[in-house]
Write a new protein. Structure first.
Length: 343
């Protein structure tokens, strides 16, 4: 690697994110680091994404057939000329020094194979309360796990092109958990680091339906990977947080019994208390930043999300027990099987 000024290729996978895309592209073009190239890899969008990119003067590459984010990233990496490839989601606008800080961190230690960025506490586009919840939640746990991590956050992710070539492409069969699969592969040979100095604003999902759907399927599809690893990777996936999800689900399912017989309210109340206690520091952070009214909404949203995580994990365990193909989802060559990895 040229340690002075290696060319950086910013690869932006996109499918129908025209609404936030201009903010993403302008931020990529405004980076303080140079030299760099910006590539938009469009996965056959049906909105105005391509026109937005062309108006910004950004080179557009098409996947030809809608194939998912893994294929889109792989396509971008294949066209990238840089010694460092930075994957940036099309709904993320990086801070001006994000690329410079990522390159510096990669250059600081040859054992680091990837540098992952974090989100700002404020959303890129403000739309709804559930988006505000997602933004604060992800900001907190990404900042909390700064340093070496056992997973991969691909919203902003920088790695040397030689490392990507060595580890291989993202698994094109995976549409919700391709980052978890890649983390398991890259962590066998390199360290992955998360840095708050590599930051961007994210246009988070802004409806309950989309948020809960993603949480459910991402949890479900991670189960074979967690079983294969034999542990949880940390960050948002830890033993205490898994316990909080189970407690939240049990609290919600036992609540009707408590409403029918008042003494039984102690059961869901105790379970809810356990779920809340697991994230005391998180709630304290939200309370200090946004006040008691939003903190109450945050606690409600987080309880529902935790319950859906528990449901997703339960369904994933049942699938793992019942389906050999599901168990082999992350095994080498498993992409040759026909596995339904999307809902």
């Amino acid at each position: 690697m040229n340690r002075k000024h290696p060319l950086v290729s910013i690869v932006i996978p996109n499918y129908n994110y025209g609404r936030a895309l201009e903010l993403c592209l302008r931020a990529a073009l405004a980076q303080t680091y140079e030299p760099l190239e910006v590539l938009l890899v469009d996965d056959c969008s049906t909105d105005d994404s391509v026109a937005v990119a062309e108006a910004c003067g950004v080179r557009v590459i098409s996947t030809g057939v809608n194939s998912g984010v893994a294929t889109t990233r792989n396509t971008g990496a294949a066209h990238a000329r840089g010694e460092i490839v930075v994957f940036v989601d099309s709904d993320v606008a990086m801070e001006p020094d994000a690329i410079a800080n990522a390159v510096a961190l990669l250059d600081s230690d040859p054992r680091i194979g990837a540098v992952c960025g974090t989100y700002d506490a404020e959303p890129l586009i403000r739309d709804s309360l559930i988006e505000e919840y997602r933004c604060l939640h992800q900001f907190y746990w990404l900042a909390e796990t700064e340093g070496r991590i056992g997973t991969l956050h691909t919203a902003i992710c920088a790695m040397p092109a030689r490392v990507f070539a060595e580890i291989g492409p993202f698994n094109p069969r995976l549409r919700h958990t391709e980052d978890g699969d890649y983390a398991a592969r890259i962590c066998r040979s390199y360290e992955v680091h998360s840095s708050t100095a590599v930051r961007g604003r994210h246009d988070h999902d802004d409806t309950w339906r989309v948020v809960l759907r993603k949480v459910f399927h991402r949890t479900r599809l991670h189960i074979p990977l967690y079983v294969r690893r034999g542990d949880l990777p940390g960050g948002i996936a830890t033993g205490p947080r898994a316990g909080a999800s189970v407690a939240a689900l049990l609290a919600l399912t036992t609540l009707p019994l408590g409403l029918l017989a008042a003494p039984w309210l102690l059961v869901p109340a105790a379970l809810l208390a356990l779920a809340l206690l697991a994230d005391t520091a998180l709630y304290r952070f939200v309370l200090g930043r946004r006040g008691p009214l939003f903190a109450a909404y945050f606690a409600f949203a987080h309880t529902v999300v935790n319950a859906v995580i528990a449901v997703g994990a339960g369904v994933g365990v049942l699938q793992w027990l019942a389906s050999r193909r599901f168990r082999r989802l992350y095994e080498p060559g498993a992409h040759l099987d026909t596995v339904r990895a999307t809902p």
